[in-house]
Design a protein around this ligand. Structure first.
Ligand code: 25A
Ligand code: L14
Length: 338
């Protein structure tokens, strides 16, 4: 296997920093690492394998010579710069929602549909799914293969880091203010997030769902390659820094017992079953933070459906939900296609 010139666009953000760390930890074959962000970060130096790498400004032409470009700098920048990077010969792996539903752009979770990576040839772009969707489809896959999923009802409890570094700072500052009897400032979220729970992530759509909820509907069907699966999501923000939790209820065509689900999930790559109610053992956000796996517990027969299964799913939204999944896509790409 060769070595590649790799770029991270949005390198100074919560996800960008995690991408750099993940490239290093997984020993990705990097010949040279280039880091891009906005002018605000110009000149900043970030560490990669003990070396300092200067952050450059994301601008036209900056991808000359780059072979793999990981993007996490917001949808606006992705629309503007991804085609430019692809035209100069890079394969873009984009973490924003900008390209996900483009039929010519593959949407990939390597444990579920690694073969879709081949579609990078269309536009030179591969999309990294939404964080809540990624951690849900990983455990859905073996269940779907065994019992065929008809519908999914999911409620999420999402960490502030999904909205970036400024959102984490807002939770920290509001918590400090409240404990010190000071007034609370809201800049990132529409309401106070400290000691609260907001049923609102991304913008509202005409059908009453939010855009985040519709991503779970549309992206799940695209990744699983099955447009018959129905998804109803309620996505909420909770005062957690890292780690999204999800209550997932599934209706299947064929019967699947909790025992069978535990057996299938235990042997599925990227999943850890943590399900021992007698010991109060179930997945927790603070324990999943910093880890790579998707944790699944509270697996039980659902009482509302004839063939139903309910479970609790937790993962680090910055890692499996974003940076790790993007680097895993890059690994499939260089191993199988470059
Ligand atoms: O503009 P938009 O569309 O709203 O998109 C920006 C928002 O999307 C988030 C992102 O959070 C931000 O809130 N975002 C991006 N991908 C996401 C995803 N997959 C996502 N949210 C959820 N899921 P972020 O903080 O993680 O990342 C922002 C990165 O984007 C760079 N950026 C912004 N505008 C840019 C741009 N790059 C190029 N051109 C532009 N016009 C941004 O660079 C950052 O890398 P920056 O220079 O503005 O960095 C901000 C400064 O913030 C400090 N900082 C950030 N994270 C950390 C940090 N410091 C310490 N630890 C951190 N973890 C740095 O000082 C940095 O300089
Ligand atoms: O579409 O604010 O990947 O937590 C996922 C995280 C959108 C924002 C995406 C958040 C983002 C969301």
């Amino acid at each position: 296997m060769g070595e590649y010139v790799v770029a991270v666009a949005g390198a100074t953000g919560a996800v960008g920093r995690e991408m750099i760390k993940t490239l290093e930890q997984r020993n990705f074959p990097v010949k040279e690492l280039k880091l891009f962000a906005s002018v605000r970060s110009k000149g900043l130096e970030l560490k990669y394998k003990g070396d300092s790498v200067k952050v450059e400004v994301l601008e036209k032409g900056c991808f000359d010579g780059v072979e793999v470009a990981l993007f996490s700098c917001g949808g606006g920048r992705s629309l503007e710069y991804a085609p430019d990077a692809a035209a100069s010969g890079a394969v873009v792996i984009d973490n924003s929602s900008a390209w996900r539903m483009d039929p010519a752009v593959p949407l990939v979770v390597p444990e579920v549909n690694p073969y879709a990576v081949a579609g990078y040839k269309n536009k030179g772009i591969i999309a990294n799914p939404n964080c809540s969707t990624i951690q849900m489809v990983v455990p859905l896959k073996p269940i779907h293969d065994y019992a065929k999923i008809k519908r999914v009802i999911v409620a999420t409890y999402q960490a502030t880091s999904g909205a970036g570094k400024k959102a984490m700072d807002e939770l920290m500052n509001q918590t400090q203010s409240i404990l010190n009897f000071q007034p609370v400032e809201c800049n990132v979220f529409p309401h106070q997030i400290a000691f609260n729970c907001l049923p609102h992530i991304d913008v509202f759509q005409d059908n009453g769902y939010t855009k985040e909820e519709m991503k779970m509907y549309n992206e799940t069907r695209k990744i699983m390659g099955d447009d018959t699966i129905l998804v109803s999501a309620t996505t909420a923000r909770v005062p957690v820094f890292i780690g999204h939790s999800e209550s997932v209820t599934i209706e299947t065509e064929r019967e699947i017992t909790p025992e069978k689900a535990r057996e299938l999930l235990s042997s599925f790559p990227g999943v850890v079953v943590q399900d021992s109610p007698a010991d109060n053992a179930y997945p927790l956000a603070i324990e999943a933070a910093g880890k790579d796996d998707v944790y699944v517990g509270r697996i039980r027969k659902d009482l509302a459906f004839e063939h139903g299964l309910s479970m609790w799913v937790v993962a680090d939204n910055l890692r499996k939900g974003a940076a790790l999944n993007a680097v895993q896509i890059a690994e499939v790409l260089v191993k199988e296609y470059m």
